[in-house]
Ligand binder design. Sequence first.
Ligand code: FES
Ligand SMILES: [Fe+2]
Length: 397
Amino acid sequence: MVIQTRAEPAPIDRAELDVSLRPFGHSRMLPRGAYVDPEVFAWEQRHFFDGGWMCVGRSEAVASPGDQRAESLGTAGVLLTRGQDGTLRAFANVCSHRGHELLPCGASASHGRVICPYHSWSYTLEGEVWTAPGFKDLEGFDPTEHGLTQLPCAEWHGLVFVDGSGEAAPLDESLGTLDAVVAPYDMARLRVAGTHEYTVASNWKILTENYHECYHCPMIHPELCEVSPPKSGDNYHLPGGWVGGTMDLRDGMDTMSLDGVSHGEALPGLTGKGLREVIYVNVFPNILISLHPDYVMTHRLTPLAADSTRIECTWAFSPQSLARPDFDPSYAMTFWDITNQQDWNACASVQRGLSSRHARPGPMAGEEDAVYQFVTMVARGYLGQPVRNTGTRVSAG
Ligand code: FES
Ligand SMILES: [Fe+2]
């Protein structure tokens, strides 16, 4: 099963990547250039972010007919529209007249037509030209030749994914093995009650690698260690375009909050183990999904440069929690804002460290096997191979 094929290898020495691809316990992290080289970053934008499925936000941001939203997609932008029939569509965010963005990235609108703010060409929600002022009597002008460029778009558990290449295999082929893990959380029914935006002076992969291990937790996360033992849980070993694992809650702790108390309702689909653990999943390349007993947090990474990443962090809760008259999401948001800042400080420091020409790729501890899964996915992608986790259980032999 091929997920994504990338013919052009990244500008990184093959022998260095071979070291990253050695068996777990014998391998090293990615070569330094993967984190600091602008040419590698440009390659990643073309091949990882423009070149396949990427998460561009949540379905609830374009929930109703006429809703429109623009998001960045690699080096370019995408316009999402919800049609009158409820179908979500994605288009390159570029007007067919002279190329103006149809909406600024990060902006929303709600209208029965897509209207370009430059010379007011308008389009239907399906991307056909509706009006082109001044062109009506122009000989040879055929509006059907000037519709918007449509891109493949998929809604997956309340998240929106767009394939900027237009050529990737269906999203289900890379995420099929994750469906059963996330299904009990019924993410499509949850609603965001809080959002934070961060810009971190760190490469996007450093942030993801940090997400995949709690080896650092005893040193920098005292609050987290109070509610979740850093060595608890296990990592998944399933094939697909994702990496993830679990961590347990300590006895007496209901969720990840400063005192372990939940101020919401447990998600209705969870029983037993689901109420006693937190699942941490990274869907390649840019969305981190943290599934708690009573809320789902996402970190959506938008790489800005080799050493800079924007992160949109959202906290979503069940309708039952939101219906509580005194509901306040800050118990979850405050805990994770403190923890996020601790992580961002560490990641920015790693970025500064790796900027030294003396930095060399380091080894991974036994409890960093999800980092290994991620690193090997990226290394295979750099070599022009499909970006997918093989799902092979690794041991630090
Ligand atoms: S560029 Fe959009 S109407 Fe001219
Ligand atoms: Fe952390």
